[in-house]
Write a protein of this length. Structure first.
Length: 256
C-alpha cells in the first residue's frame, strides 16, 4: 500500500503541542542544534536555486519542482492545523514541508549533492517544544540564536545525529563543556569515552556517558586536575558529542 506522505506529515503537525513552554525549556539544547541544522540545509538549497533572498523560511519544493503541489484536501486540513499559529514564517515552513512530502511522494529525481530531508530537523524541533519567533535573534523559547547569513550557514558543521535518544542526551541545564577521553589508538574522532562538565546556578557537575546509555557522575575531571589520571582529554563540540552518543547507542543496543 502506498503511503500518503503529505497526509502523514499533516497528522504529525497536528499532534504537536505548539504552546508547550516546559518542553521548549527542557529541550533547549537539542532544539538549538536542530534549528542550526535546518538553517544550514536551507542555505544549501537556497544557494543551489539562486533564491538566497528567500532564505531561510521558504518553500523549497516550489523551486525544485513548481509543477508539484499539495493535494487540495490535504492543504485544507493543513490550514486548519495552522490556524492561529505565528509567525507567518512558521506557517510557511509547515506548508513547505508538506509540499516537500508531496514532491517525495511523486517519486521524481532530486538534485545530487544537496542535503537530504531539508525540513527534517525543523520538524523535530517543533515536536520538541513548539515553534519560534524572529526578531533580532531567533527566539526558541528557552534559547536565542543568531540567524547569521546564507554564507555563514553554508560553512556550518553538519548535525546529522538526529535520533531521539541522542537529542535527549544533549538536553541538560547549565553551561556545558564536553570532553573526549583520548589516548593511543583512541583519537578525538573515536575516543575512549566522553565526559561533560555542567555549571548550573554556581554548582559544578561532572558526568560521563556510560555503557548504561545515560550520563552518570564521574570523578575523572577532578582526578585529572589533581594529576591522578593518565588518560588525556580534549574539549569537543556538541556535534562531536552527539556522534559519539549515537554510535555508542547503536553499538550497544545492537549487541543486546
Amino acid at each position: 500500500m502506498t503511503v500518503d506522505l503529505p497526509r502523514v506529515l499533516v497528522e504529525r503537525l497536528r499532534a504537536i503541542d505548539w504552546s508547550d513552554d516546559s518542553a521548549a525549556y527542557e529541550h533547549a539544547n537539542s532544539r538549538a542544534l536542530l534549528m542550526r541544522e535546518f538553517l544550514r540545509r536551507a542555505a544549501h538549497w537556497a544557494q543551489a536555486y539562486g533564491v538566497e533572498k528567500s532564505w531561510p523560511f521558504f518553500d523549497i519544493a516550489e523551486h525544485v519542482a513548481p509543477e508539484v503541489s499539495t493535494p487540495a484536501d490535504v492543504a485544507a486540513e493543513l490550514e486548519e492545523v495552522l490556524s492561529g499559529l505565528a509567525p507567518s514564517s512558521l506557517k510557511k515552513t509547515c506548508r513547505g514541508a508538506v509540499r516537500w512530502a508531496a514532491l517525495r511522494g511523486a517519486g521524481g529525481e532530486l538534485p545530487q549533492g544537496l542535503p537530504d530531508d531539508p525540513y527534517g530537523p525543523l520538524l523535530l524541533m517543533y515536536e520538541r517544544g513548539g515553534g519560534y519567533f524572529v526578531e533580532e535573534f531567533i527566539d526558541l523559547n528557552g534559547v536565542m540564536l543568531r540567524l547569521g547569513t546564507v554564507e555563514s550557514n553554508l560553512s556550518a558543521s553538519p548535525f546529522l545525529t538526529l535520533a531521539p535518544a541522542t537529542l535527549d542526551a544533549l538536553d541538560a541545564e547549565g553551561e556545558i563543556t564536553y570532553f573526549a577521553k583520548i589516548s593511543e589508538g583512541y583519537p578525538r574522532s573515536s575516543p575512549r569515552g566522553i565526559v561533560r562538565r555542567r555549571v548550573d546556578d554556581g554548582r559544578t557537575y561532572d558526568e560521563a556517558f556510560t555503557r548504561n546509555l545515560r550520563w552518570e557522575p564521574t570523578e575523572y575531571l577532578r582526578l585529572y586536575e589533581l594529576g591522578h589520571n593518565e588518560i588525556d582529554h580534549v574539549a569537543i563540540t556538541e556535534i562531536e558529542a552527539a556522534a559519539f552518543i549515537e554510535s555508542t547507542t547503536e553499538r550497544l543496543t545492537g549487541a543486546r
